[in-house]
Write a protein that binds this ligand. Sequence first.
Ligand code: NAD
Ligand code: TDX
Length: 361
Amino acid sequence: MRKLKNIMVTGGSGFVGTNFIRYIFDKTDFDGIIVNVDKLTYAGNPHNLIDIEKKFGTKRYFFKKVDICDYKNINKIFKQYNVDTIVHFAAESHVDRSIFGPRDFIETNIIGTFNLLELTREFWAGKEDVLFHHISTDEVYGSLGKNGYFSETTPYNPNSPYSASKASSDHLVRAYFQTYGIPVTLSNCSNNYGPYQFPEKLIPLMMLNMLEEKPLPVYGDGKNIRDWLFVDDHISAVWTILNKGKAGETYNIGGENEWENIKLVNVLCEKMALLTGKEKDYYKKLIEFVKDRPGHDRRYAINCDKIKNEIGWKQSVSFDEGLERTVQWYLINKLWAANIKNGSYRKWIDVNYNKRNISLQ
Ligand code: NAD
Ligand code: TDX
């Protein structure tokens, strides 16, 4: 077991990062510090962690509004907190946005990752008990036909600017291990769902549209397949890798839970109907097939035998339970979504973070 002390989490105010930080403080015996470095793009919402900030702030949880491309300020954080572990979530993460505007994806996902790696080269030369864990996606492998699974040895074949930028960052991380001996681990995970997911992604977008009785846009013929994993199971996998993963190794993480989009949307309609007191098929009438996403990968499916067999991880939340918990969370937290939809979360960030120039504190 690795001893983790001073963890820098990048992108900790986004969907998976928020759940990761909450999980570490709530469900593990970690007793070190976490520095959350986040630029607070449209996808970052530090209000997600306000209770953690109140409970652990000034002693064990620190937030820095800093761009991972900003060498000077990241350098300062490295020194100030004597960082020994990086868990690198920060990224532009939405495929549709990467199609309409790829530049930010290249800058954050590639240059930002490079920047962090350069700092590890400087600070960690010759050090033991340090680790750079890079969070990546199954999309780097491209698209599957009807059969087969992605494994850690599947050749990279990315199809969107998003997946190409993530693939590029994966290669850089691997190269820093091979060339400079920086201890790195990588994980490539399938589609996550759960609380705090920005409502541009399929599951929250559909749920919120249902509540507003808006159309549910299903791309193309709706038969594209994704492998869904409850976000806490992604996190427990990352936690397992941080503690037991072998430097230089990649671990694939998946739900072993494949769904055609249209079938998933139908099930979601039924869950929402049940939990909002409507009749079973009430929301299905809102489904609309719309123009397909360009370069839309047909099928993703992960073989995650390696992480199961070598370091002992497994999924613990069934799809039925995970979906129920997710729907419940969005129903209870209607204000969270409303604040995103009407933009007031940006105003709150402006007053509480931007004006305080948090990066210099
Ligand atoms: P997200 O878009 O919800 O959050 C991204 C976070 O990164 C935000 O808080 C944002 O402010 C921050 N960020 C963006 N650019 C930054 C920069 N230049 N400097 C500092 N911070 C910056 O994304 P997510 O869904 O939480 O995904 C997190 C990571 O997990 C990504 O690397 C993504 O590729 C990977 N991943 C996600 C999924 C999924 O289904 N969500 C699946 C597999 C892998
Ligand atoms: O409105 C929609 N209608 C629709 O049919 C949206 C937003 C999506 N879709 C389809 C496209 C995909 O086949 O649903 C599927 C899931 O779409 P997204 O939620 O956009 O996820 P995806 O493109 O699969 O990528 C996600 O999983 C892997 C994350 O956004 C990535 O960050 C992660 O790497």
